[in-house]
Design a protein around this ligand. Structure first.
Ligand code: ADP
Length: 259
């Protein structure tokens, strides 16, 4: 953003945070934010200290999905005290904005907001900070990968070809930026009718598993299309906070997620 890179422009760490893992997707609407919030809650339930940074600057969903919307305090006027919900330490640009107003920002403002949320928030001691990225391969992803010491990135996709096509692009971007891809997650992989138990492959099935195999990255989990997942997200209590087969699936995914 103008000027020459200075030595301090190298990848930065966030004090007290052991791992930073970005969660990305090629396309929007594949469930990246849903998976991020549920994974965070599942990790917290297993006793991990988890932070969730909602970096989806244009459409922050975490205030709604995590069921909390208020302006975080800044007693010293410099640092920000994050919020807490379902055992997760949380920061979202959505806490600072009017939820009904569109964000019309240029690149440099985006970078500023992202860096502030990383460095000026009092994250405290965390085993992992999950970063819910905007979809695609734009400025936010670039800044985050280049300026932050990321442990790696996870890509969420549906099994549908159009989503996979874009997921491949996201994967390619992370490779170019030398951010390790830790794995892929298949969301909306199957639908089981609650009335007759018939299983329907609405967006196809197994496409992400195949793609992950082809690309040589692990498949970290597969999650069904599930009405409770959607209802729970809208109600601000992620499905992983409760019990049932989807909560179990998130618990299994969380188990091996960080060592
Ligand atoms: P993204 O972050 O990729 O844009 P979201 O997480 O906002 O996607 O999800 C888009 C919509 O799909 C939301 O309404 C969400 O509740 C719903 N959704 C996501 N995953 C599932 C799922 N596995 N089953 C049912 N609905 C889901």
């Amino acid at each position: 953003v103008g000027g020459h890179p200075k030595p301090q422009d190298g990848p930065m760490k966030v004090a007290g945070v052991k791992r930073i893992i970005a969660i990305g997707s090629g396309k929007g609407g594949v469930g990246k934010s849903t998976v991020s919030s549920n994974l965070a809650v599942a990790l917290a339930k297993q006793g991990k200290k988890v932070g969730l940074l909602d970096a989806d600057i244009y459409g922050p969903s975490q205030p709604r999905m995590m069921g909390i919307q208020k302006r975080p305090a800044s007693p010293d006027g410099k640092t920000i005290i994050p919020l807490h919900s379902h055992g997760v330490t949380l920061m979202s640009i959505g806490f600072m904005l009017d939820p009904d107003k569109a964000v019309v920002w240029r690149g440099p403002m985006l970078m500023g907001a992202l860096q502030q949320m990383l460095t000026q928030v009092q994250w405290g001691e965390l085993d992992v900070l999950l970063v819910d990225l905007p979809p695609g391969t734009g400025d936010v992803q670039l800044t985050l990968c280049q300026k932050t010491e990321l442990t790696g990135a996870v890509i969420v996709s549906t099994p549908q070809d159009v989503a996979l096509l874009d997921a491949r692009k996201a994967l390619d971007m992370f490779k170019t930026l030398k951010t390790p891809v830790l794995g892929m997650i298949e969301n909306m992989s199957t639908y089981i009718c609650p009335n007759c138990s018939h299983e329907e492959q609405i967006f196809g099935h197994g496409g992400v598993a195949e793609e992950a195999k082809k690309l040589g990255v692990p498949l970290l989990g597969a999650l069904p299309i599930d009405l409770d997942t959607r209802l729970a997200g809208d109600a601000g209590t992620p499905v992983a906070a409760g019990t049932g087969s989807v909560a179990d699936a998130y618990a299994r995914m969380a188990q091996g997620f960080i060592q």
